[in-house]
Each structure stands twice: as structure tokens, then as C-alpha cells.
Design a protein around this ligand. Structure first.
Ligand SMILES: NC(=O)c1ccc[n+]([C@@H]2O[C@H](COP(=O)([O-])OP(=O)(O)OC[C@H]3O[C@@H](n4cnc5c(N)ncnc54)[C@H](OP(=O)(O)O)[C@@H]3O)[C@@H](O)[C@H]2O)c1
Length: 276
């Protein structure tokens, strides 16, 4: 069973879930969701810009679990923020997935000049009960400081790229001190550390792979993870990370691997924005 953590509004969220970016084929989606559910996954991470909410909704409706057993995240994209169409974007996501609420709704990127206003709309959606929790993604300290100045609601989650090759220690500490759960996207650095010797050696001790060591290093810092996979063996391994504990020395050793490696693309309309 995948353990859960408690968000700052007392909602529970699994420590690990399935990222579904780039799963755009209906049968791949159906297989991935069904395999994941069989393996104990309960959390799924999508976004309007992934253009797969419809096929995801279809897969999830036939997976055999009730809505209450699932934790579903989606995100509002930059164009909707610029158009001030947050409510419309949220409703379209619900319609595509055929859901009547979303567990966690995130601002996908801190679009300059827009994200403060977007947050106010997310607060309204949260108060309406149609999003059980609200949060942000790709926010740096400067963006979070701005939200704190204008809003009483502290984001439940900041979803950021985070893995052994970009450890994000400063931002993670900042978030965690303020009750914001950090969720790591691209937690496998899209495969960039699969062959790293340090991780393989630590993995040998626990009979785990380098990727399992990387994911374990994240959850052991209370960071939630949403690795993507459509491969059954990978799906299984990516959640088989809760039966061992890395030592403090191993945790510190992995933290020395940081290269500030960004594997996710910055959207074109955000390239000149003030991102950390
Ligand atoms: N908020 C944001 O801006 C943002 C940005 C990017 C991603 N995300 C979210 O984070 C999720 C994960 O990120 P990501 O998809 O970019 O990268 P990732 O999860 O770090 O890596 C996915 C890649 O690793 C492979 N893989 C998975 N498990 C593996 C394993 N155990 N061993 C070796 N290779 C493995 C996958 O291939 P197979 O499918 O063949 O296993 C895929 O090619 C996304 O799906 C999305 O939900 C959010």
C-alpha cells in the first residue's frame, strides 16, 4: 500500500502517483491506469495542456475503483491565465474527465502579471468545494512570497522538478517550513540518472535499482512523487520504495549529485520569466 501524507488543509494525498504527461494513446492510457490501480496507485497527475484528460477520464471510469478512492490532479494552463478564463478552464477539465470535483487543482506556471489573479479564482473554486485542495507548480520563492502577501490560503502543494540531479533543497525547505507539500515532477529526471554509479551502489545494498533509490531519496524528505511510465515493470518498481530506509549518510551522498539539471521544457511564453 502506498502511504499517504496530510496536506495543510488536512486532506490526505498519496506519497506516490502516476504522471500521465505524454500518454496520449487511448489503449496506452487504459493499460497504464489499470495496471497502476492493480499495483496500488491511487493518485494520477494530468493537466489541460497534456490533452489527455478525456482519455484519462474514460480509463479511470472503467478501472473498478470508486471516485472517493482516487486522488486526481489537474492544472490550469498559461493561456487561460492570460485570458482570465480560470473558471472556464476548470469547468472544461471537469467536463473532459467527466468528474464533479478535482482533488488538487494547480496553477501550472507562474505567468507574470497573471498568477496572483489566477490564485484568487482558485480560492473561489476551492471554497465552492469543486477542488478539494489547491496549489501551484513551478513556483519559486519570489512567487510564493507574492501569494502570501495577497492571500490567506497557503498553497497545499508546490509541484516542481526535483530529483537527485536537481535537488531543490532551498525551495523545498522554504515550502516545508510554511506547510506547503513539495511534489516532485520528472522525479526520474526522465531517465538521466538510471545508470549513475553512486545510486547503483546504494541500490545493491537494498536490492533496488538506481531509480528506486532516487525516488526513495525524495519520499524520505517528505516529497511526493509522480513518475510517469507505461511499462509494467517500471510501474511496479516506481512504487516499490516503501520497504527500506536510506541512512543519513546515503541521503547526504545523494544530495551531492546536484547538477541543477532541468529536464522539463520551459514553455515558450515563460522563457524570459523570472524562474529559479
Ligand atoms: N508541473 C509541471 O510543469 C510538470 C512538468 C513535467 C512533468 N510533470 C508531471 O510529472 C510526471 C513525470 O514527469 P516526466 O514524465 O516528465 O518524467 P519522469 O517521470 O522523470 O520520467 C519518465 C521517463 O522515465 C521512464 N521510466 C519510468 N520509470 C522508469 C524506471 N523505473 N526505470 C527506467 N526508466 C523509467 C519512462 O519510460 P516508460 O514509460 O517506458 O517507463 C519515461 O520515459 C509527468 O507525467 C507529469 O504528470 C509536471
Amino acid at each position: 500500500m502506498i502511504p499517504e501524507l496530510i496536506l495543510n488543509n488536512q486532506q490526505k494525498m498519496p506519497f506516490a502517483g502516476l504522471g500521465i504527461y505524454k500518454i496520449n494513446n487511448e489503449s496506452d492510457m487504459s493499460d497504464a491506469v489499470n495496471d497502476a490501480v492493480d499495483l496500488g496507485y491511487r493518485m494520477f497527475d494530468t493537466a489541460s495542456v497534456y490533452r489527455n484528460e478525456e482519455i484519462f477520464g474514460k480509463a479511470v471510469r472503467s478501472c473498478g475503483l470508486s471516485r472517493g478512492e482516487l486522488f486526481i490532479t489537474s492544472k490550469v494552463w498559461n493561456t487561460a491565465q492570460r485570458m482570465g478564463d480560470i473558471e472556464g478552464a476548470f469547468n472544461r477539465s471537469l467536463d473532459r474527465m467527466k468528474l464533479d470535483y478535482i482533488d488538487l487543482y494547480l496553477i501550472h506556471w507562474p505567468v507574470p502579471g497573471c498568477y496572483g489573479e489566477t490564485w484568487k479564482h482558485l480560492e473561489q473554486i476551492y471554497h465552492s468545494g469543486r477542488a478539494r485542495s489547491i496549489g501551484v507548480s513551478n513556483f519559486g520563492i519570489v512567487h510564493l512570497e507574492h501569494l502570501f502577501e495577497m492571500s490567506g490560503i497557503v498553497p497545499a502543494v508546490n509541484q516542481i522538478e526535483c530529483h537527485p540531479l536537481w535537488n531543490q533543497h532551498e525551495l523545498t525547505a522554504y515550502c516545508q517550513e510554511r506547510g506547503i507539500t513539495v511534489q516532485a515532477y520528472a522525479p526520474l529526471a526522465r531517465g538521466a540518472y538510471v545508470e549513475r554509479e553512486i545510486l547503483r551502489q546504494i541500490g545493491n545494498k537494498y536490492q533496488k535499482t538506481a531509480t528506486q533509490i532516487g525516488l526513495r531519496w525524495l519520499v524520505q524528505q517528505n516529497i511526493s512523487v509522480v513518475p510517469k511510465s507505461i511499462n509494467l515493470d517500471h510501474l511496479e518498481k516506481n512504487v516499490d520504495i516503501f520497504d527500506f530506509t536510506l541512512t543519513d549518510t546515503e541521503m547526504a551522498t545523494i544530495s551531492t549529485m546536484d547538477e541543477h539539471l532541468r529536464t522539463a521544457n520551459i514553455p515558450e511564453d515563460m522563457i524570459n520569466a523570472d524562474l529559479q
